[in-house]
Design a protein around this ligand. Sequence first.
Ligand code: SAH
Length: 338
Amino acid sequence: MRNIYDMTKEELEEYFIKEEGKKFRATQIYEYLYKKRIDDVEKMTNISKESRKKIKENFSFDKIKLLVKQEDKLVKKYLFELEDKESIESVVMFHDYGTSICVSSQVGCNMGCRFCESGRLKKRRNLKAYEMVEQILLIEKDIQKRISHVVIMGIGEPFDNYDNVMRFIKIINTGKGIDIGSRHITVSTCGIIPGIEKFMNEPYQVNLAISLHAPTNEIRNQIMPINKAYPLEKLIPTVKKYFSKTNRRITFEYILLRNINDHEEDAYNLVKLIKGINCYVNLIPYNETENIIYKRSKSVQITKFYDILKKNGINVTIRKEFGSKVDAACGQLRAGNK
Ligand code: SAH
């Protein structure tokens, strides 16, 4: 049985046209599910009894289950259990400009980035779109607030689960639904080139972030094995092509790891690599985790790195820290509860 939260509005329209010749039912259902947040078909009272019965026969309304919550003033972190007992994490952050959620896209991850806690668990499966949609629904219910921004930056590699992630984006972007504007949605990839190629042809104005983390193949190969398949001399031209096609500014994420990629020379190499690209660099102070040897760069080094980029005309910010008190480094909550 299909989960109702996995259905795009167009698919529901097709269903209702076929079942009862009434396309507008799809709008009604979307409003019940996403505006009124009603998940009991019996309470969808302006839908006929006969139609309600069929909906119940054809769709499941099951939800993922909230297992653990950790909270701090500006951040809450959630562990959810899926129907097959696998678990995933999401994080919600309260900013001055709104509330953002960091959504997981897979159970585990196969990319093997050496510094990343979630990569220590190999991918067990892709998440279905409804399992991503429900992360938003359950968290909004918990915080009693509307989420304004979605980043697909939790556990998993979104471009290794391309179709479900696109379906998820379509569902949350739909008017009369959760209705999150595409400019408020960001997909983050470790640099899977075929995914970027496909993504630049999608009709959405969704932001793209690339986890770059190194200015040379030598360093990137060391910390991100995916670089061997998609090295910088291929990745960077793809990013340029993405910009010329979409006109959307790209974000490069760069975790600063002490003595690995945080030397002044690395900053200059980074400038060389991305100079001329319409981009924005987000420097991320590394969240240390128990099982991984990498250390966070010293603050003076972070500042030096930042200054070099800035002086050389790169748009750069240092990511504000939210998570360290609540184990919000990727994968930490799951790791601690398994
Ligand atoms: N696979 C995607 C999205 C998930 S990772 C990607 O690679 O972009 C989301 C971001 O968190 C990535 O930039 C990742 O490199 C970063 N990250 C992973 N572990 C981290 C840690 N311990 N501290 C800070 N950032 C981390």
